[in-house]
Design a protein around this ligand. Structure first.
Ligand SMILES: [Cu+2]
Length: 334
């Protein structure tokens, strides 16, 4: 974006990682052009109408006998002039609306166009987190992740959306408009970012008490960085060397954790909660609820209910040593 535009948006509070008015890709950029064109034209017309209304109210022309005569029966020069002005303005209104209609359809068609070759990512909504699959024809290359979306810049990505429970809605304001995640039905959209950065998606359909804490950081990488990220993400979790982390792994596998959480490469296959294979490399915990620090992680594991009341993860009472070891282990899950 040009610096001037950015400064203007910043000044009016519209720049940022969760703003429709700060586009980071072609689809949203064309929507922004349409929006600004409509806003500017409509504002000019509105100002003209208000000025005309004030002018009419303030000119206080004295009403003459002639004014009270029915216009149609006694048309005079002035009436004819007024009729001409009104007809002209009605015509201009029709032309402006038609132009906008054509412009709007053109933008809509361009957005609906299907790009040729794309990466496919599946996103499944849960109360109140996001499951993310990086699809690959080779099953050994499929990556299952959660609560963070990684995409390459400058390349359209097909996102297939569905839901495990209720209706959610996927919305990345900087990139594209909303699309619902509906149980039993797969919808799809194309994401196309051209500016690397971290944006924030948010569930945009009330889906239960913790709906507001259902965000999704969207990381747009340069193409090379994305390829590197994806090949790293394919690696299963390794058994740690460190002894406390090894003990923590035992706490995880022997405790209730593994019945709800999966870790690729470990005998943990739960699907009730997010896949934790790459937990330590996520920016946030609990779908954008907290920054991913050791302290927050400890607080989450012990008492998720106080952080996200009603969340589908029970509180855990752990001996201090077990908790320390467990955190050591979770922090190795890069
Ligand atoms: Cu939701």
């Amino acid at each position: 974006m040009r610096r001037g535009t950015w400064l203007l948006l910043f000044a009016i509070g519209c720049a940022g990682s969760q703003s429709v008015l700060d586009p980071a890709g072609p689809p949203n950029r064309s929507l922004n052009h349409l929006f600004w064109a409509m806003l500017i034209v409509a504002s000019v017309i509105w100002i003209a109408v208000v000025v005309a209304a004030f002018w009419a109210a303030l000119s206080r022309r004295r009403i003459t006998r002639e004014d009270l005569e029915p216009i149609i029966t006694v048309p005079n020069e002035e009436h004819r002039r007024h009729t001409g002005i009104v007809t002209g303005l009605v015509g201009a209104t029709i032309v402006i609306l038609l132009l906008f209609l054509v412009y709007d359809f053109t933008v809509g068609r361009a957005l609906a166009e299907r790009p040729s070759r794309t990466l496919t990512i599946e996103i499944i909504g849960h109360q109140w987190w996001w499951e993310v699959h990086y699809v690959d024809p080779d099953p050994s290359k499929i990556v299952v992740d959660a609560n963070e979306l990684h995409i390459p810049a400058g390349e359209p990505v097909q996102v297939k959306l569905s839901s495990r429970d209720v209706i959610h809605s996927f919305w990345v304001p900087n990139l594209i408009g909303k699309r619902d995640l509906i149980p039993g039905y797969t919808s799809s959209l194309f994401l196309n970012a051209d500016r690397a950065g971290v944006y924030r998606a948010q569930c945009a359909e009330f889906c239960g008490t913790e709906h507001a804490k259902m965000a999704l950081p969207v990381v747009v990488h340069s193409r090379n960085d994305f390829a590197a990220w994806l090949s790293e993400a394919r690696a299963p979790a390794a058994v740690p060397n460190d002894s406390s982390a090894r003990d923590g792994r035992q706490v995880f596998l022997a405790g209730p954790c593994s019945s709800c959480h999966a870790i690729t490469g470990e005998p943990a296959y739960g699907t009730v909660g997010p896949n934790l294979t790459h937990l330590a490399s996520r920016k946030t915990l609990g779908a954008g609820t907290l920054p991913n620090t050791r302290g927050n992680l400890g607080g989450w594991v012990v008492d998720p209910q106080s952080i996200k009341p009603g969340v589908r993860m029970p509180s855990n009472q752990l001996a201090a040593k077990d908790l320390r070891n467990l955190l050591d282990y979770l922090q190795t899950l890069k």
